[in-house]
Design a protein around this ligand. Structure first.
Ligand code: GLA
Length: 383
């Protein structure tokens, strides 16, 4: 177990004044529809990122992380720009945003440490952005609301980092609540906290351990495709977002779409939004079996229509379908590797895990990581 206070003391020769924490997230259902104005159902998890921090008087931002050797030391200036693909671009983007908004902030010594797999589709990037924004808001009394924090963190990801993500991840890590799923309308940001009662089951996270170099560009490609197909459908349908369109409207107007690839993309988005509404209904009724089936349906659609899965994620879901005590599974997050989630009978978790590791290793050549996850709270001060 890492002692972040002690590490901070070693590096900065003083004690940290505060420790903040921001979680990672999984998404139960509603994939690739946040940037289409749909409804999604993420949860914050108990793993996440810690930040030990103290103000300094020399007006410098010192950014260090126990997970990476690269560090940054920057004078307070009017703006910053992104440097390569270094981890510190995420907090730096938030600092840049706040300075440009004329928020009165000053030097900080910051040490980050993440106990969640980084870059594995559990939103380590949203987590570190929200963590930085929340911390600066507290330390410099910026009077930002939690919604402001989620929204500005998304802007940083879009504009500073260059990934056209939706609001789901930043919202989930900000507003997460223990044992609750967040049913979020990504168009209006209205949300409801649904009890996530999985009596006798556990939610397992399965990390494919696949490195994901193409994620950002493929993601931006899907984002652009959705924009194009919406434009075509808008010729006859009055809609602001793809998710405003019903399945019936889509069926009767799909001849407007000339490219079959774009038609598949729209079919995923519109059907996935419908599945989220169904999932919320059955969750409220306590019908976990139906919920699990919707997870499988969601995966199929992401695999065949949206084409963001891959052989690693498909191998996991394929295995889950053959394992009697698994009632549902799907990829979670952007896809192209990253993680899958599965609902498994509590007493079978060990057998599941062992059999899955063997099956996956045999097909893919290396092992996945399997762990049970707890649904936790959103960003907060922990010390
Ligand atoms: C990533 C993005 C989110 C969302 C998911 C797919 O996690 O950051 O905004 O689009 O992919 O649902």
């Amino acid at each position: 177990m890492v002692d972040i206070k002690e590490e901070f003391q070693k590096r900065f020769k003083k004690k940290p004044d505060h420790i903040f924490f921001s979680p990672g997230r999984i998404n139960l259902i509603g994939e690739h529809i946040d940037y289409n104005g749909g409804r999604v159902m993420p949860c914050a998890i108990s793993l996440g990122i810690f930040l030990a921090v103290s103000k300094n008087t020399d007006k410098k931002f010192r950014l260090q992380c126990l997970n990476f050797p690269e560090t940054a030391e920057l004078h307070l200036q009017r703006s910053y720009s992104k440097t390569g693909r270094e981890w510190f671009n995420y907090p730096l983007g938030v600092i840049d945003y706040l300075i440009r908004e004329e928020c009165a902030i000053s030097g900080l010594d910051m040490l980050f440490y993440g106990n969640l797999p980084i870059g594995a589709g559990l939103s380590s990037s949203a987590s570190i952005e929200v963590l930085t924004a929340f911390t600066l808001n507290e330390l410099f009394q910026l009077s930002l609301s939690l919604v402001d924090i989620a929204v500005l963190s998304k802007k940083v990801e879009n504009e500073f980092i260059g990934m056209n993500c939706g609001i789901m991840d930043q919202f989930a890590v900000t507003f997460g609540k223990k044992d609750r799923a967040i049913l979020l309308n990504c168009d209006t940001l209205e949300y409801e906290l649904l009890p996530f009662k999985i009596n006798g089951h556990v939610l397992a996270i399965i990390n494919t351990n696949k490195s994901r170099k193409l994620t950002d560009s493929k993601y931006n490609e899907r984002f652009a495709e959705c924009g194009k197909v919406l434009k075509e459908l808008k010729k006859e349908i009055n809609a602001h977002n793809l998710c405003d369109i019903s399945m019936e409207q889509f069926q009767s107007h799909k001849s407007l779409i000339k490219d079959p690839v774009l038609e598949k993309r729209a079919a995923h988005v519109i059907s996935e939004n419908f599945r989220v509404n169904e999932a919320a209904k059955v969750l409220k009724q306590g019908d976990l079996g139906k919920f699990g089936q919707l997870m499988y349906d969601s995966h199929k659609s992401l695999k065949e229509l949206y084409e963001v899965s891959g052989k690693e994620l498909d191998t996991i879901v394929e295995f889950c379908k053959t394992f009697g005590d698994c009632i549902g599974a799907r990829m979670t997050g952007a896809g192209f590797g990253g993680c899958a989630i599965a609902l498994i009978k509590k007493e079978s978790l060990q057998d599941f895990s062992k059999a899955l590791v063997d099956y996956y290793k045999n097909k893919i050549g290396y092992e996945p990581d399997v762990f049970a996850s707890e649904i936790g709270d959103g960003v907060r001060e922990v010390f």
